[in-house]
Design a protein around this ligand. Sequence first.
Ligand code: MG
Ligand code: NI
Length: 481
Amino acid sequence: MSAAETRQKKIVINPVTRIEGHAKVTIRMDESGKIDVARMHIVEFRGFERFVRGRLYWEAPTIVQRLCGICPVSHHLCAAKAMDGIVGVDKLTPTAEKMRRLMHYGQTFQSHALHFFHLSSPDLLLGYDADPAIRNVIGIALKHPELAKQAILMRKYGQEVIKATAGKKIHGTGAIPGGINKSLSDEEIAFLKKDVDQMLEWSVASVDLYKKLYMDDIDRLSGLGAFESNFVSLVRKDGALDLYDGFLRAKDADGKIIFDMVKPIDYLKYIREGVRNWSYMKFPFIQSLGQDKGWYRVGPLARVNNCDFIDTPLAEEMRKVFMQLGKGRPVHSTMAYHWARLIEVVHSAEKIKELLDDPDIQGDDLVTMGKRREESVAILEAPRGTLFHHYKVDDNDQITMANLIVSTTNNNEPMNRAITRVAEDHLVGQKITEPLLNLVEVAIRAYDPCLSCATHAIGKMPMKVTLVDAKGKTVDERVKG
Ligand code: MG
Ligand code: NI
């Protein structure tokens, strides 16, 4: 730590409410009281990579679900995709591929709906400055009962899709190395078809709702926690948005391609995981740009910015409208994440509807096998962003190495940038004000960090905010909750 750093005043916000898990935010000021840098401290769950060592490779898709209580389906599918590689399969049967995609769209649909309606819409619909006691899903239920009902039913629908494809709503076993262990029955298809048009209609309405909220308040929202960055995501071979599979693409802040069509197995040639002495969580960056300039964003905003088009008609129309915000460049606003997220809700609903009409999801050719390999990498676009699973397996079928990069780790540096920007714009004097706290939360929540995935910590604590002067003495302290 430099001498300048030790002189800095600190504001500590701990933890962020309404984010699953537990994080601590430190905002550092310099001697003049100006913001120097903001940091979110997360203890990364590194134990897991050691935990799977020695386990049999076909157990991985079920074991990895324990990694996270919030996004088990993403880990289940990503591990299964990696194990496809271990059993030498590059192409699944049409039934297996489509069942896995259906599971993934169900997961994306329910996760995005939960995130937007339950965790973020209270700020947007009730106001960032509303009393925290009502600035939550209960407040939404009182003021917007119709929307609260939709939120619950959309989430439930996504869970029903997961249940039909994975066998269970939580910790399913549907995906196995080389394929899937079930296809859909007539009853399951009829059950899911019954509500799919309603889901699509509500999804479209949610984009219209957010678009209006954003455009009505564009001066404030476009600048909130905003900054420019590179973007990384998967795209399909033809450049389409693809949440389940594809090749890595990176674009810079102007939208120029940094790398493209990178196969998952080659990810280490392009992406590195940096470390910092003050954080347990790693800082991934684009190798060719180096650690200082190579950090990037992932998730809905990155995906919608990076793709050339979306292959479902309603979401594609919405993408075109959305991209106008960037005026020929990528959209950089932190608060645009929600808009992109809701476009993906529409896309997921369109894909679910399309797949439910596809006779392949009733097929019985479920598994393929090829020649065993010892190393495999799978990349998936999890709801919160790009997820990497890398494994090595020995001749005894035991996993000897696992490296995972979760979406929240990919968005580590961006979240720090967003908090820094909020602090720069909203710190007044040396007081931790309620509006400042709220806006820090709002900015972090736009990235939808999966702290359950990235941390050991479980449960919530009251929020504690401390302002410390240059000598480390507490000047102001606030406890929330
Ligand atoms: Mg790792
Ligand atoms: Ni997670």
